[in-house]
Structure formats: C-alpha cells, structure tokens
Design a protein around this ligand. Sequence first.
Ligand SMILES: Cc1cc2nc3c(=O)[nH]c(=O)nc-3n(C[C@H](O)[C@H](O)[C@H](O)COP(=O)(O)OP(=O)(O)OC[C@H]3O[C@@H](n4cnc5c(N)ncnc54)[C@H](O)[C@@H]3O)c2cc1C
Ligand SMILES: *[C@@H]1O[C@H](CO)[C@@H](O)[C@H](O)[C@H]1NC(C)=O
Ligand SMILES: *[C@@H]1O[C@H](CO)[C@@H](O)[C@H](O)[C@H]1NC(C)=O
Ligand SMILES: *[C@@H]1O[C@H](CO)[C@@H](O)[C@H](O)[C@H]1NC(C)=O
Ligand SMILES: *[C@@H]1O[C@H](CO)[C@@H](O)[C@H](O)[C@H]1NC(C)=O
Ligand SMILES: *[C@@H]1O[C@H](CO)[C@@H](O)[C@H](O)[C@H]1NC(C)=O
Ligand SMILES: *[C@@H]1O[C@H](CO)[C@@H](O)[C@H](O)[C@H]1NC(C)=O
Length: 460
Amino acid sequence: MCTKNLLYYSLYILYLISFVFALDLTKTQTTNPRVCIIGAGLAGLTSARYLKEEGIKFVVLESSRYVGGTWRYDPRVGYDENGLPLHTSMYMHLRTNLPKPTMELRGFPLPDDIPSFPSWKIYYNYIKNYTKHFDLEKHIKFLHKVVLVSRVNNIWKVKYQNVLTGEEFEDEFDFVIVGTGHFSKPNMPNIPGEEKFSGSIIHSHDYREPVRYKGRRVLVVGAGPSGMDIAIDVAYAAKTLVHSHHSKINFRPVFPKHYIRKPDVKEFNETGAIFNDGSYENLDDVIYCTGFEYYYPFLDESCGLNLTPRSVTPLYKYMVNIYQPTMMVMGLVIRACLVVALDAQSRYATAIIKGNFTLPTKEEMLQEWQKRADVIISKGRPISDIHFLAEKEDEYYAELTKESGIDRVPPVMFKIRVTDTEAKLENLYTYRDYNYTVIDNENFIRTLDNITKNNSGNSL
Ligand SMILES: Cc1cc2nc3c(=O)[nH]c(=O)nc-3n(C[C@H](O)[C@H](O)[C@H](O)COP(=O)(O)OP(=O)(O)OC[C@H]3O[C@@H](n4cnc5c(N)ncnc54)[C@H](O)[C@@H]3O)c2cc1C
Ligand SMILES: *[C@@H]1O[C@H](CO)[C@@H](O)[C@H](O)[C@H]1NC(C)=O
Ligand SMILES: *[C@@H]1O[C@H](CO)[C@@H](O)[C@H](O)[C@H]1NC(C)=O
Ligand SMILES: *[C@@H]1O[C@H](CO)[C@@H](O)[C@H](O)[C@H]1NC(C)=O
Ligand SMILES: *[C@@H]1O[C@H](CO)[C@@H](O)[C@H](O)[C@H]1NC(C)=O
Ligand SMILES: *[C@@H]1O[C@H](CO)[C@@H](O)[C@H](O)[C@H]1NC(C)=O
Ligand SMILES: *[C@@H]1O[C@H](CO)[C@@H](O)[C@H](O)[C@H]1NC(C)=O
C-alpha cells in the first residue's frame, strides 16, 4: 500500500516537473527568440530594421558582398568573382516602373530632387542610405551563403557556407525569414530548334545594355514588365525589333516603325524564327523575357513547403509557412506595390516574433488558404495565381493591420498603382513623365514631372 502510494506520488512529481519544464521551454523561445534572415535585399533589410527596433536578436546571411540584391547593377553576366551565379537582373537603363511614393520604405522618404520614376542607380543609393541610417551592416554576414535549412526537433537548423573559404557552419534558430527574392532564376521557354539557331539567345536576367544590338534584327519574347521595358530599350538601337507574345493586354501602338508584333514562336532554324501563324523572320539575336522561377534550393523537405518553379504553398497571408509557422517567405506577391508590401510583411513578421499577436491554428490557416485555392481552381486558373494580389492589394494591407496591429499601408498606395497601370497601357513611352504627390491617406495628385522632362534626353 505504502509503496503504491509512493509510486503514484513520484509519478505525480515527475508529471509536474515535465509540465514546468515544457512551459519553461516555450518561454525561452518566445522571450529570447533567435532569428535568421536569409538575404540582404529589401526584404532582409526591412526585416532587420524592424527586428532591431524591437530589440530582437537576429543575423542576416548574405551570399554576396553587397546589400540591395537585385537593385545593384553588375555589368557582368554568369558568375561573380567567387564563382556564384550573379543574382542581379538589373539592366543599365532601368527606371522604376512605379512612382516614388510607392517605392518608399516606411519613415525614410526618397529625396525631393530626384525623378518621379528614379533610375536603378538612384534607387540603389537609396537602399544603401537606408542600410546606413538604420545601422544594419554590422548585423549582416556578407559572403555567407545559406545551403540548407531544415526543421529538426522543433528547431531550425541553418547550414551556411563562407563562399571564399568554403568553410561550413550550422546554427540553430527559432525563426527563419526567407528573403532571397524570386527574380533571379530564369524561366526558359525551351522552343524547338533553339540549338540550330546561329545567332545569340539570352534571358532578360542577362540583359544589360542595348548597344550590342545596334543595327541588328532582334527578337524579344514575352510582354510582362521586363518584356515591354526591354523591347522599348532594344528598339532604340536595333534595326528591326520583333516582339513575340500572346498577351491580351491591349498596348497602344506607340512603337517605332521597325517594330513587328508576332504571335508565339513555333520553332527556330539556323537563320531565324517561324511563328505560330506560319510567318518567318530573319534574326540575329533573341532575348527571352519569359519571367523567373521560384527557386529555394536550400529549403529541405522538413520545412513543410510544397515548392515548384511556379508556386510556393501553402502560405498564410501570402507569407507564413502554414506547416511551420515560424518561417516566413517574403515578397511572394505579384501585381502589388512590392516595396510597400515587403515593408508591411516585415512589420507583420516582426509582430509575430515579438509575440504581439498569435496566428490562427494550423487548421484555420489551411482552411483559409484552401478557400483561395478553390476559387482559382474553379476558374480553371493555374495554382500560380495564388500569389496574385492585383485588385485585392488594399484589402490585404487592411487584413495585415487588423490581425497584427501594425500601422496600415494607406489606401492611396493602391490607388496610385491603379492610375500608374492605366497610364502604362495608354502610353509606354510617357507614363514615367507623371509625378505623383500624396495629399493624405486616400488622395494624391498627378502632375507632369518637370525633373524628368529636363532629363528626357537620356531618360529612355
Ligand atoms: C529588373 C527588375 C526590375 C524591378 N523593378 C521594380 C520596380 O520598379 N518597382 C518595384 O517595386 N519592384 C521592382 N522589382 C522587384 C524587386 O525584386 C523588388 O523591388 C525587391 O528588390 C525585392 O527584394 P528582395 O529582398 O525580395 O530580393 P532581392 O533584391 O533579389 O535580394 C535577395 C538577396 O538574397 C541573397 N541570396 C540569395 N540566395 C541566398 C542564399 N542562399 N544565401 C544567402 N543569401 C542569398 C542575394 O544575394 C540577394 O542579395 C524589379 C525586379 C527586377 C528583377
Ligand atoms: C543618399 O544620401 C546622400 C548623403 O546623405 C544624399 O546626398 C543622397 O541624396 C541620398 N540619396 C538617396 C537616393 O537617398
Ligand atoms: C528557315 O526557315 C525559313 C522559312 O521556312 C526559310 O525561308 C529559311 O531559308 C530557313 N533557313 C535555313 C537556313 O534553312
Ligand atoms: C508590438 O506591440 C508594441 C506594444 O503595443 C508596439 O509598441 C510595437 O510597435 C509592436 N511591434 C510591432 C512590430 O508591431
Ligand atoms: C512633384 O510635384 C510636387 C508637387 O507639385 C513637387 O513638390 C515635386 O517637386 C514634384 N517632384 C518632381 C520629381 O517633379
Ligand atoms: C515644376 O516643379 C516645381 C517644383 O519643383 C513646381 O513649383 C512647378 O509648378 C512645376 N512646373 C510645372 C510646369 O509642372
Ligand atoms: C529645366 O531646364 C531649364 C533649361 O535648362 C531650366 O531653366 C529649368 O529651371 C529646369 N527646371 C527644373 C525643374 O529643373
């Protein structure tokens, strides 16, 4: 009798101890979280800024020796001096495709005396200024490439490599913020006969300057933002610009005379391309503006994400990894003011890590995601549409605020984007001549940007 009581008693004590121990474990996780940010582009930098403001411990791992990710122009293509694939897709004549107010990071205005649609050079300087202003550089481990992220015993293990020495490290973290961008890995269309074609074929990722196309017959494939922009840039120098695409968007005919619109390419031969309508064009060069693939080679299966070149699923609020909600994947929104969205996502992620609010249960998050997926599937659309914000952009900002308590991105941002998109459709050559000034959270005025006008000689 007595021994039996003693047994129960000790079991009860053990039970209590385990309970206290478990409590204690969760406590150390939330009171002193360790955060790993992967990438020092805008996603990584804004996350770093907000975590720093909350006094949360973090490290940024960046494989290059620079901040700014894709905004840093590099004249080279292929591989960098350390043998890493060049990440940037920037080209010499690029100017932003959204106006200043929608390119601004919170609490850090762009200078007044720059064009309404700044060049990459100005914008890259802005990013460097931001990094300096918030003193972020000392938190960044440059030249350290993340090679593996895995979930082991309820902790994140992040394996990374010094790209100069090859030395490998592994650290443990409570949260992982993935900020490696998704405009770097080319999506190649693989058109029959490519190997026969005697001219050059590149992807827009490797497009830098139009000079090499001077006096040549060039085919640009695709009519996304890069396709339209690069078609205009190359048309300037080329003898003939053949533009092949199947976009239903009705761009006004504002192209020069030597611009030829074609349907999709059926196949190449030695001298040119045969199109789906049976027509043929002689060509010297081809530029594929066929977009990019989602590419996260370092995310192990244990991360719980379904990764394909076209989609990353399932994500709550377009960013939280539903099966492992201590991982956020940043910037996976299409058709949005991406910089503003990234800034808001970074604050939302910080609010999660800080413990300012609690996410819904896994089941609730999945249910919400499934609802969105069902709508897309019922319309016969590909699941890649799951990343489209488009007309839902402002609603998204409202939801982030409602749930997390972060300051709301004002509705005027979405309104500016809509007006900018209309101007783009009206005239691709002049939409950057407008200057947008925010009056209040709801309103803006649009005037002609007289700084750009004065520079119009080289503003192409
Ligand atoms: C040509 C072009 C034009 C654009 N124009 C506009 C525009 O006008 N307006 C707009 O709002 N947006 C524009 N964008 C979108 C642009 O991508 C975003 O503005 C923003 O730069 C995204 O930032 P990011 O931090 O998500 O990614 P990135 O800028 O791509 O940064 C990712 C960083 O992660 C690092 N990295 C990658 N893999 C690893 C790894 N394994 N380990 C460690 N580090 C790693 C990279 O070196 C890089 O520094 C444009 C994009 C392109 C390509
Ligand atoms: C960056 O900072 C420098 C020095 O303060 C300033 O002159 C410049 O206008 C800033 N540029 C941008 C784009 O923020
Ligand atoms: C490529 O195809 C076109 C159209 O059929 C033809 O006119 C041209 O001669 C072909 N080029 C070669 C090298 O066969
Ligand atoms: C978290 O909540 C505190 C207290 O309300 C607030 O000061 C802070 O800004 C919030 N942090 C984030 C990232 O929302
Ligand atoms: C845009 O317009 C505002 C208000 O009219 C003006 O203050 C600003 O200097 C203009 N900016 C540019 C780049 O033209
Ligand atoms: C040009 O910009 C200045 C401010 O920078 C503004 O006062 C002026 O009205 C603008 N002029 C035109 C014609 O837009
Ligand atoms: C534009 O250029 C003209 C002539 O060079 C100059 O008089 C004017 O002040 C410039 N305007 C601005 C806003 O820089």
